[in-house]
Design a protein around this ligand. Structure first.
Ligand code: MN
Length: 491
């Protein structure tokens, strides 16, 4: 075996990667490593200890999974054994520039003389890692240069130690996403983990054993067709059946999620428009909870455990990401989030089960005041403004719709036109408000069917918005679910 190709491509004075040692070879069970490599594209490098070196393949979508039993694996140069432990940042401009992290490692078994099998182009291995357990075949694609296929032969071994998590149950057809209360102020607590609060749309995904995928919004509407980026969903899970909770976002140049950016995606229905928008404004799906896995309902498990299991079965890639979390230290995290211009953070109690309702086990801390409101009227325009002046907003208190203020800014020309067209058919004679407001301009009343996302500075003492700005429409929220987000103290 030769490492000359490995040495030729690298400048060891610059890269932190290991320089091969002259004495090679190891005894005992052969080892393997899968490194997540965030280079030009996120990919995964599979390396098998064999003949004193690491035989290596770059796998664009990681190893084969139950729903995608064949994946591409491109053989690359042999790497030195020291690479089994390598993690680090390969500097820009160097070969393979980007972050390398160990994603899985362990030992593997193989059936015959592995080097001979490799030469013949068919190698069968059983990976015994922390994440990946299973029998795979590596098959050289004849006439395709360095291209191989990695094929999942047997799924029996996948996640054997996760087989008893939760309780046996059929896969749910519908989940009401767990929601948070608003906390008064940031806090530190060892009982909570803290995550970024995303400014997008909540999405619960259901991957069936037959490969079917449903992605549902808060009000239960199907969303998968809107996001072609997620067509590969099943490729990224080492599991047959899964229900995942997360949030679909569109991010700005700094990587901060913006509800306004997602507006260009969340209302489209035309297939061609969806494809074009997916190129212009790609989404990311941040997953943060695992509710169901391979015939087992996990909602009764503590959050901490659900997250551990999620990380074991999930393969992050370009559009599907794992939500980072920090343990304790909520105040510092909140301040960092505010400086980054994030909407806020969310604190989740480590020991809490998943409840399909609003719960005090999840607490949000907002750096920016923002929530959804029912549109129950509009005023006539003033000056040179066309169509309408302001939207009259309401929130439900029990069965009553209570006036919450009017929003007259944040509308582009296109929004003025689109909203007006949506509002006209909803016009009614009598206001839906319990106590109708008396604005300065003549008011038109609407059936309370549209939901607006509005940012604002604060609530006045008499319960009206100060400095509200319109951000967009929400088609994922039912009007009757629009209530004033109340402040609850933690613990
Ligand atoms: Mn690589």
């Amino acid at each position: 075996m030769s490492l000359s190709e490995y040495e030729r491509r690298r400048r060891f004075a610059v890269t932190p990667e290991p320089r091969p040692k002259k004495i090679l070879g190891a005894a005992g069970t052969p080892r393997f490593v899968i490194q997540k490599h965030d280079a030009t594209h996120i990919h995964y490098d599979l390396r098998l200890e064999m003949g004193g070196v690491l035989k290596s393949w770059a796998c664009p979508k990681c190893v084969a999974t139950p729903h995608y039993r064949k994946k591409l694996a491109v053989q690359v140069e042999d790497h030195p054994l020291e690479y089994l432990d390598f993690e680090g940042e390969i500097p820009e401009g160097e070969y393979g520039a980007g972050k390398v992290e160990i994603w899985d490692r362990g030992t593997y078994e193989t059936f015959a003389d592995p080097l001979g099998a490799l030469d013949k182009g068919v190698l069968t291995i059983v990976l015994m890692g922390e994440r990946v357990r299973g029998e795979f075949s590596l098959i050289h694609m004849k006439g395709k240069g360095n291209s191989w296929l990695i094929i999942l032969n047997k799924t029996e071994l996948l996640n054997p130690d996760l087989a008893d998590e939760g309780r046996a149950a059929p896969m749910p057809a519908r989940i009401t996403p767990m929601q948070s209360f608003l906390a008064a102020e940031p806090f530190d607590s060892p009982e909570f983990i803290f995550e970024v609060k995303f400014d997008g749309v909540r999405a619960v995904s259901f991957l069936g054993a037959d490969g079917s995928l449903a992605i549902r919004s808060r009000n239960g509407k199907e969303q998968a067709f809107r996001y072609p980026e997620l067509a590969n969903f099943g490729k990224m899970f080492l599991a047959q059946e899964i229900v995942i909770d997360g949030e679909i976002v569109a991010v700005d140049v700094r990587g901060v999620s913006r509800f306004q950016l997602l507006q260009g995606r969340m209302n489209l229905t035309d297939e061609r428009e969806i494809k074009r928008a997916a190129k212009e404004t790609p989404i990311l799906y941040y997953v943060f909870d695992l509710l169901y896995l391979n015939g087992r309902d996990l909602t009764g498990l503590p959050l901490q455990r659900r997250k551990e299991v999620l990380e074991r079965v999930f393969i992050p890639h370009k559009y599907l990401r794992h939500t980072d979390r920090i343990e304790s230290g909520g105040k510092a995290f909140f301040n960092a989030a505010r400086e980054l211009g994030l909407e806020g953070i969310i604190a989740k109690r480590k020991q809490s089960p998943y409840r399909q309702k609003r719960s005090r086990d999840w607490l949000k801390l907002k750096a920016v005041q923002e929530q959804e409101f029912v549109i129950a009227g509009f005023t006539e325009p003033r000056g040179d403004r066309a169509r309408f002046g302001a939207l009259l907003l309401g929130l439900y208190q029990g069965k009553d719709l209570v006036y919450a203020g009017h929003v007259g800014t944040g509308f582009s020309e296109e929004w003025l036109r689109r909203l007006f067209a949506l509002m006209l058919p909803l016009e009614v004679a009598a206001p839906a408000f319990r106590d109708a407001p008396q604005p300065n301009e003549p008011a038109h009343w609407l059936k309370p069917e549209l939901v607006a996302q509005v940012k604002f500075a604060e609530w006045t003492r008499d319960g009206v918005l100060r400095q509200p700005v319109f951000l967009g429409l929400r088609n994922d929220v039912r009007p009757e679910d629009c209530v004033r987000e109340e402040t609850r103290l933690a613990g």
